[in-house]
Design a protein around this ligand. Structure first.
Ligand SMILES: Cc1cc2nc3c(=O)[nH]c(=O)nc-3n(C[C@H](O)[C@H](O)[C@H](O)COP(=O)(O)OP(=O)(O)OC[C@H]3O[C@@H](n4cnc5c(N)ncnc54)[C@H](O)[C@@H]3O)c2cc1C
Length: 110
């Protein structure tokens, strides 16, 4: 099961326990060697509903599974973000979380 082999949920929060997510990422990566065969990414804590990162997914599919590609896809996903007055910090936070999560999935033993 490719999705189960490389999948992860990450949650950034203010405190170590009993705190809701500032940003959360659920991601699954399906690799063909060092190429992204398919990828699924969803964000929590960034909108009025769970946010499927389809821009990043489309950018990554069929391309290299590298940190540079992950970072570029994450930045493309967040490029159109329109934060509210007090939550602009979530834009770089979500960008970094997508990138780090995908790097870890790519490095994980299949
Ligand atoms: C103290 C506490 C502890 C919790 N602990 C847990 C737990 O341990 N496990 C668990 O599963 N759940 C827990 N929950 C519940 C969990 O936090 C929520 O279910 C979850 O955060 C909901 O995620 P969400 O992405 O739908 O929305 P939210 O986390 O509410 O995020 C919505 C974000 O999007 C922003 N936003 C909304 N509309 C817009 C817009 N139009 N433009 C820009 N930004 C927008 C909001 O300002 C907000 O920052 C806890 C909740 C609390 C309060």
């Amino acid at each position: 099961m490719p999705w189960a082999t490389r999948s992860r949920y990450r949650k950034v929060r203010d405190r170590a326990s009993y705190a809701f997510a500032l940003v959360s990422v659920a991601a699954a990566l399906d690799l063909d060697g060092s190429t992204v065969r398919d990828v699924r990414i969803a964000l929590g804590g960034v909108a009025h509903k769970p946010w499927r990162a389809t821009v990043a997914e489309d950018a990554l599919r069929g391309g290299p599974a590298t940190e540079a590609a992950f970072a570029a896809a994450a930045e493309a996903e967040l490029a159109a973000a329109a934060p509210l007055a007090d939550n602009a910090f979530k834009v770089p936070m979500a960008t970094n979380m997508i990138t780090r999560t995908l790097v870890q999935l790519a490095e994980a033993r299949a």
